[in-house]
Design a protein around this ligand. Structure first.
Ligand code: C5P
Ligand code: MG
Length: 222
């Protein structure tokens, strides 16, 4: 990718995709709320393309020759939000690839937007979202899940010190995004304390109200 100031995605004044053609659902929730787990279920049953902003950032961080690698590493370790130009460009690139190679038009964008500037820039320059799926979970539950995950995830930020910082960033920087969308009536809120299966049932029931239905395999008579 080119230098940060010449990344085009976030500087356009109109969206490149139309919401009547491309559907984006943002997936938010504190770290460890179960976003990734629920997204995998939705991919299987609804045919979404799942794009995790955190995964895309970690991939870019590890890409040999990336001029953003060191910067991303520092932000992730500190649990702070990487400058939006980078994240939006990575998302836009991944969306284009999924459209071209997999013919995808339905996207779950997980862990994004984590800050108001990202929310505004993405909806202005890429595509307005349909709604935000918000997983609400107490910190005590998320902390336990993350410490457990940390035993095997190999993630540099699944340790208690980074976890505390990520919680603070979520409250101070990401909750304002949820609150703004909420005030616009664009949030689907799901309690995320229960088991993954129970949470998924709630998700399915609630997104149905927004007209999001599972893929049905058509029976073709012989
Ligand atoms: O979503 P996930 O927990 O994988 O994100 C890991 C880290 O990636 C965050 O704590 C943050 O440092 C960075 N991130 C970001 N902007 C996003 C999503 C993730 O800076 N939209
Ligand atoms: Mg995740």
């Amino acid at each position: 990718m080119p230098a940060i100031e010449s990344l085009g995605a976030s500087s356009r004044s109109s969206p490149i995709f139309s919401p009547s053609d491309v559907t984006v659902i943002f997936v938010l929730g504190g770290p460890g709320a179960g976003k990734g787990t629920q997204c995998s279920n939705l991919v299987t049953d609804y045919g979404f393309k799942h794009l995790s902003a955190g995964d895309l950032l970690r991939e870019e961080q590890d890409r040999p020759g990336s001029e953003f690698g060191e910067m991303i590493k520092t932000y992730i370790k500190e649990g702070t939000i990487v400058p939006m130009e980078v994240t939006i460009q990575l998302l836009e690139n991944a969306m284009k690839t999924a459209m071209e190679k997999e013919n995808k038009k339905l996207f779950l964008i997980d862990g994004f937007p984590r800050k108001l500037d990202q929310a505004h820039a993405f909806e202005r320059s890429v595509v307005p979202s349909k709604f935000t799926l918000f997983f609400d979970c107490p910190e005590s539950v998320m902390e336990e899940r993350l410490l457990n995950r940390g035993k095997t995830s190999g993630r540099a930020d699944d340790n208690i010190e980074s976890i505390k910082k990520r919680f603070r960033t979520f409250e101070e920087t990401s909750m304002p995004v949820v609150n703004e969308f909420e005030s616009q009536g664009r949030v689907v809120k799901v309690e995320a304390i229960k088991s993954p299966e129970e949470v998924y049932q709630d998700v399915q029931a609630k997104i149905k109200d927004w007209g999001v239905e599972p893929i049905t395999l058509k029976f073709v008579p012989a």
